[in-house]
Design a protein around this ligand. Structure first.
Ligand code: NAP
Length: 139
């Protein structure tokens, strides 16, 4: 919680002041699909990401028109040190694919990035599953 939420917020606030002062710049948050609907297997992590993700969404709205942009990146399962030894989830991806998606978003000015992009639609469904159905999912 300290690293993923408090740490993110406390680093972001002085950065925002600096970027606002210069009138341009982009902040990129590494959020997660876990922010969209935390799963029982990692809800502590999911809730920390949900908090940071919500902070950045509000920040993006508050910075609209200031010249400072905000990008929220929501990767699914990425094969990195963090996920070492875990069974890759469906639609798993690589750090290189995440980096390319972020670079593309920066060029295009997108505010939210799902990696892989199909997760946007998967999570739109998962987010609205009734809780009894969600509880039956084995993850
Ligand atoms: N991997 C995934 O499936 C996945 C999916 C969605 C989102 N993400 C997010 O993507 C970001 C990068 O994760 P990753 O998969 O690239 O993981 P990673 O390879 O384990 O890298 C995590 C990085 O965070 C640093 N770190 C860990 N705990 C820290 C702490 N308490 N204080 C300061 N730094 C700390 C690590 O430093 P050291 O190398 O020194 O330990 C490492 O550089 C994270 O925000 C993660 O939540 C990952």
């Amino acid at each position: 919680m300290q690293t993923n939420y408090t740490g993110v917020v406390s680093v972001t606030i002085p950065l925002v002041r600096r970027l606002r002062g210069q009138g341009h710049g982009t902040l990129v948050l590494f959020s997660s699909v876990a922010a969209e609907r935390p799963r029982r297997s990692n809800f502590v992590y999911g809730s920390s990401k949900a908090g940071a993700d919500a902070f950045y969404q509000g920040l993006a709205d508050s910075l609209a028109g200031s010249g400072v942009d905000v990008v929220v990146v929501r990767p699914g399962f990425v094969r990195t040190k963090m996920t070492e030894g875990l069974e890759p989830a469906p639609l798993s991806t690589t750090p290189e694919a995440v980096a390319e998606a972020v670079a593309r978003a920066l060029r295009r000015g997108d505010g939210t990035v799902w990696v892989p992009p199909a997760l946007r639609f998967v999570m739109a469904g998962v987010r609205h599953l009734p809780r009894p159905v969600f509880r039956r999912l084995d993850f």
